[in-house]
Design a binder for this molecule. Sequence first.
Ligand SMILES: *[C@@H]1O[C@H](CO)[C@@H](O)[C@H](O)[C@H]1NC(C)=O
Ligand SMILES: *[C@@H]1O[C@H](CO)[C@@H](O)[C@H](O)[C@H]1NC(C)=O
Ligand SMILES: *[C@@H]1O[C@H](CO)[C@@H](O)[C@H](O)[C@H]1NC(C)=O
Ligand SMILES: *[C@@H]1O[C@H](CO)[C@@H](O)[C@H](O)[C@H]1NC(C)=O
Ligand SMILES: *[C@@H]1O[C@H](CO)[C@@H](O)[C@H](O)[C@H]1NC(C)=O
Ligand SMILES: *[C@@H]1O[C@H](CO)[C@@H](O)[C@H](O)[C@H]1NC(C)=O
Ligand SMILES: *[C@@H]1O[C@H](CO)[C@@H](O)[C@H](O)[C@H]1NC(C)=O
Ligand SMILES: *[C@@H]1O[C@H](CO)[C@@H](O)[C@H](O)[C@H]1NC(C)=O
Ligand SMILES: *[C@@H]1O[C@H](CO)[C@@H](O)[C@H](O)[C@H]1NC(C)=O
Ligand SMILES: *[C@@H]1O[C@H](CO)[C@@H](O)[C@H](O)[C@H]1NC(C)=O
Ligand SMILES: *[C@@H]1O[C@H](CO)[C@@H](O)[C@H](O)[C@H]1NC(C)=O
Ligand SMILES: *[C@@H]1O[C@H](CO)[C@@H](O)[C@H](O)[C@H]1NC(C)=O
Length: 762
Amino acid sequence: MKTFASAAGALLSLTFCSNALTYTNVSEVPLYGLSPPVYPTPEGNGGVSPEWQDAYTKARALVEQLTLEEKVNMTRGHTGTCVGNTPAIDRLGIKALCFADAPDGIRGQEFVSSFPAQLTVGATFDRDLMYRYGKALGEEYRGKGINIALLPVGGPLGRVARGGRNWEGFGADPFLSSVGMGAVTTGLQGQGVMAQMKHWLLNEQEWRRLPGSMGESISSNADDRTIHELYAFPFMDSLKAGAVSAMCSYQRTNNSYGCQNSKLLNGILKTELGFQGFVTSDWDAQHSGVASANAGLDLVMPDGGYWGDNLTEAVKNGSVAESRLNDMVTRILAAWYHIGQSDGYPDVAVHNYNVQAPIVDVRGDHASLIREIGAAGAVLVKNVDNALPLSKPRFLNIYGYDAKTPDAPWTNPSRFGGGYEVNFGWNTLNGTMVTGGGSGSNTPSFLISPFDAVQRRVIEDGGMVRWDFASVNPETVNVNTDACLVFINAYASESFDRTSLKDDFSDRLINNVAANCTNTIVVIHSAGIRVVDAWIDHPNVTAVVFALLPGQETGNSIVDVLYGDVSPSGRLPFTVAKKEADYGSLLNTTLGSGPFPQDNFTEGLYIDYRHFDKYNITPQYEFGYGLSYSSFSYSDLVVTKTNVSTSEYTATDAIIPQGGHKQLWDVIYNVTVTVENTGDVTAAEIPQLYVEIPTAPKNQLRGFERVKLEAGESKTATFSLKRRDLSIWDVFAQEWKLQKGSYPIFVGASSRDVKLTGSLEI
Ligand SMILES: *[C@@H]1O[C@H](CO)[C@@H](O)[C@H](O)[C@H]1NC(C)=O
Ligand SMILES: *[C@@H]1O[C@H](CO)[C@@H](O)[C@H](O)[C@H]1NC(C)=O
Ligand SMILES: *[C@@H]1O[C@H](CO)[C@@H](O)[C@H](O)[C@H]1NC(C)=O
Ligand SMILES: *[C@@H]1O[C@H](CO)[C@@H](O)[C@H](O)[C@H]1NC(C)=O
Ligand SMILES: *[C@@H]1O[C@H](CO)[C@@H](O)[C@H](O)[C@H]1NC(C)=O
Ligand SMILES: *[C@@H]1O[C@H](CO)[C@@H](O)[C@H](O)[C@H]1NC(C)=O
Ligand SMILES: *[C@@H]1O[C@H](CO)[C@@H](O)[C@H](O)[C@H]1NC(C)=O
Ligand SMILES: *[C@@H]1O[C@H](CO)[C@@H](O)[C@H](O)[C@H]1NC(C)=O
Ligand SMILES: *[C@@H]1O[C@H](CO)[C@@H](O)[C@H](O)[C@H]1NC(C)=O
Ligand SMILES: *[C@@H]1O[C@H](CO)[C@@H](O)[C@H](O)[C@H]1NC(C)=O
Ligand SMILES: *[C@@H]1O[C@H](CO)[C@@H](O)[C@H](O)[C@H]1NC(C)=O
Ligand SMILES: *[C@@H]1O[C@H](CO)[C@@H](O)[C@H](O)[C@H]1NC(C)=O
């Protein structure tokens, strides 16, 4: 019996047991970081949206007809056809719901696409590509009859440089992530698929994310302001775009488990952000029965957890109000109605690899979008004397394990069963890496390796290739070669944090090739940050591309960039330090100690580039950095105040719309700049707007646009600054607030490459 499972539990008196630890002495329980109790759970009612209200009316009518046992059954998932399932109730026409892994493709199925990881999508800094990515994913999930896609990912955000799941998100900045969260949610849900935004909240590392023999899980102790301005920020845009479900996270926050933290669920999500949908536990993330029910959890996955018969009992004896149970079921059914799945949604067509089933091919024409995103998300960081683009080379040498199709997974049929450790991307030193590992992995139906695609191009050009995928010191560097392409990768996966941001084998490979090849071009496929200090200044390393995780078309995408069919415009969605130690306390996962490990987020708002700016540490390549084959000039910064009032909120709606107070989304300032392509090739540029908000970190990204320009062409880029984007979270008022004063801004080509400056007055 765990008496003090959480702060919320302690205050509520836990009535169900946990399998973890037994504490009988209150003085042994750390009192730091108590999570404020917020009860009861606000009942979903549709808020201010007529569509949601209509869905609620229909949902309530069904719930009234359900028995207690049926209602309890609806709140507990089960394993089966899909990664998670809810039961059908045939007599009322309630369909079973199928939940499937994501975020970069349907995991473990056949005839599905392997999309780029969200990190690559983030690196495009392109709203339209983000939207089309969500839409294409939606077409595939819908095609397979999957009701709920476990995406998009707004956390981890990337606080810990070595975090194992950072690649599942859009990058280490809340604004970049917020744009991705909104666009992908809109695209996905536009296809009638429910988005399940995750992981709510502060799930920033893998180490001790789960309780076990060492004790409880790690407790992410972040202050209220940091929670709002950094970690909840991206989720607001997903909610604003209409996300109908959220996944609560594994770890504890202020000592209270993510799926029973009343402040995070009842408080921030369901009250402050007006969430009308349902909260699902991450798989096996439930650690109490009554406490999680009352703290705002609506659906437990993948099996009954602490609910089932015990929840029936708790409702009967009054520990959980029946209205709370009704609210759980109503929220699930309202989401189902709201998204439009009650009528005409395709039947579930997923299966395990050993079940014979008809082919349901959902790939459509997504290969071309995947190729486009892969190229747009490739970040060129070094290019000496126009080493790139390649100009019809006659003779190429190709090196490195990452150039070729992987060996093992292709012959392992269990991969198609959605098995965990056999996911694509696992055995990376034996092949190219197109996604990371774990539940966020995907399952390519085919794969165009870099070698395949480069060789095809060489054949077209009447050239030849030599290759060595295995040796760390290739003996075949031919003096006649035009260029040596070296492909390496840096792997990361759910369940593990990384122990290094580099590896000795790959570093030695590059140095060995460079020793004998004056034109050594390095391509890095990485599931997060990869430091380059071992060879970046080598005079024979002439070009370096961070190609991140591009999905199935990886070879085609990189050929498009290497050969100049697409001028690179990708920007780093994280900071690459000169050396790992420069990340300071944000390099490593927090180990924690004892049965109640604590992770104090003492850096507050200062993660990634904010950390480097604050401590004046020069990075190797800063957040937002990336080169082009063209050149650009910036001019005419114009700041226009809209006619929106910047005084206190004027709207007095008692009901908060999903995503937060409606005035948070009002545009207060427009900033425009003119960007001209002064080079001689068609290319895209990514002007970025950074704002210095009083009392906040010096420069924060608050606008970007991908501007496509022919040689000589000029266009205007517009950055619309919303009230939320210029506000801070006032912990005393418990509101987003604009502060009076002058806000310096700059528009630049990265977080450090300032082109034009100005200021806003509030
Ligand atoms: C409870 O723990 C505290 C701190 O370890 C200790 O001083 C105290 O004696 C313990 N009380 C009991 C009743 O064991
Ligand atoms: C966690 O504790 C900090 C410090 O007391 C507080 O500012 C914050 O709001 C708390 N957050 C949650 C979710 O409990
Ligand atoms: C509830 O679920 C259990 C387990 O799946 C099943 O055996 C039972 O028949 C269900 N009860 C109702 C009333 O649907
Ligand atoms: C229900 O409660 C009993 C007694 O507390 C416990 O042994 C059992 O594991 C619980 N069942 C579930 C599904 O949580
Ligand atoms: C109510 O039922 C729950 C679930 O079985 C149990 O844990 C709890 O002790 C019960 N409470 C009372 C007051 O009987
Ligand atoms: C690569 O594959 C070979 C043969 O399957 C295996 O022996 C070796 O351990 C693999 N290397 C890595 C690093 O996984
Ligand atoms: C580089 O050249 C040196 C000296 O000729 C030779 O020993 C070494 O094996 C060569 N390495 C490669 C990668 O060709
Ligand atoms: C660069 O490559 C050339 C040609 O192989 C070689 O002679 C030279 O030593 C290399 N430079 C360095 C610094 O290794
Ligand atoms: C990170 O962890 C490693 C051990 O994995 C340790 O050697 C190193 O000192 C740590 N670095 C920092 C900056 O905490
Ligand atoms: C976390 O912060 C609390 C409150 O300041 C402090 O007591 C505790 O020692 C800190 N824990 C760690 C591991 O730094
Ligand atoms: C601000 O920019 C948006 C987006 O381009 C535009 O719709 C709006 O009219 C602009 N408002 C003002 C006042 O310039
Ligand atoms: C802002 O201007 C628009 C168009 O001119 C007008 O419709 C609107 O009422 C104005 N809003 C405010 C708050 O003044």
